[in-house]
Ligand binder design. Structure first.
Ligand code: ZN
Length: 227
């Protein structure tokens, strides 16, 4: 149902607003238009182009994609970016991630299943990560059962290129498989901005909490066995 014709603020292209299951939202579809394709991903065999009408947001952009084979001349130029396993000893942008996947995940190209989970996987990852202090970072977090868990940050970087960072969440006690997701630089910036804002907004409450805890501690320490 078209409620109103509006325009994308950046591209000025008209988009439809509809009611989806009772919730107001911007639909995936754009109004009829001439597609404008830009390269969105590449592999050694295929180049994929995405229509950019509607902006970068997947909720508003046109979903149209086209593919064509990568030519020999393009392969030559694009070689550093292609997902081709390099010769042994040559660092590829995905080298560390590939090693992580080989070491800890099952060789199933269709999924992201891990060989271990929980505490056992955590221990093995910590040991492995020690080999790559510049490329792999481990941050503590809690799982949904409030048990100590991990976020493993793996860089997709080499000397002159940086694509982004994989984050792998390893819960300790919830029994789920770990989850991996990818942060491109723009996603990373969004996360940093949000965490900075949270830190700033929660600082006064944290200060008051610290004072209250200190008072509690003082009182608890004053309690004696014989009253
Ligand atoms: Zn389009």
């Amino acid at each position: 149902m078209i409620l109103k014709k509006i325009r994308n603020r950046r591209t000025r292209h008209p988009i439809r607003v509809t009611v989806d299951r009772g919730r107001l939202g911007v639909t995936l579809s754009s109004m009829p238009h001439k597609h404008r394709f830009r390269l969105s991903s590449l592999s050694s065999t295929t180049l994929t182009f995405q229509c950019v009408v509607g902006g970068r947001d997947c909720r508003t952009r046109c979903p149209e994609q086209r593919e064509r084979p990568t030519t020999a001349a393009e392969k030559k130029v694009l070689k550093p970016d292609l997902n081709i396993f390099p010769k042994k000893g040559v660092r590829h942008i995905h080298t560390i991630w590939w090693e992580f996947a080989k070491r800890f995940m099952l060789p199933d190209p269709g999924g992201l299943a891990f060989k271990w989970s929980g505490h056992e996987l955590s221990r093995k990852v910590v040991k492995w990560a020690a080999k790559y202090p510049k490329d792999v970072r481990i941050i503590s977090c809690d799982d949904a059962f409030h048990a100590s868990s991990q976020l493993v940050l793996i860089e997709h970087r080499k000397r002159d290129r940086y694509m982004g960072t994989t984050v792998c969440y390893i819960p300790q006690c919830t029994g789920e498989q770990p989850i991996c997701f990818f942060l491109y630089p723009s996603h990373r910036s969004g996360l940093i901005t949000a965490l900075r804002e949270i830190a700033k907004a929660s600082a006064p409450a944290e200060r008051r909490q610290k004072i209250a805890h200190a008072k509690d501690r003082k009182y608890l320490q004053s309690l004696r066995l014989n009253t």
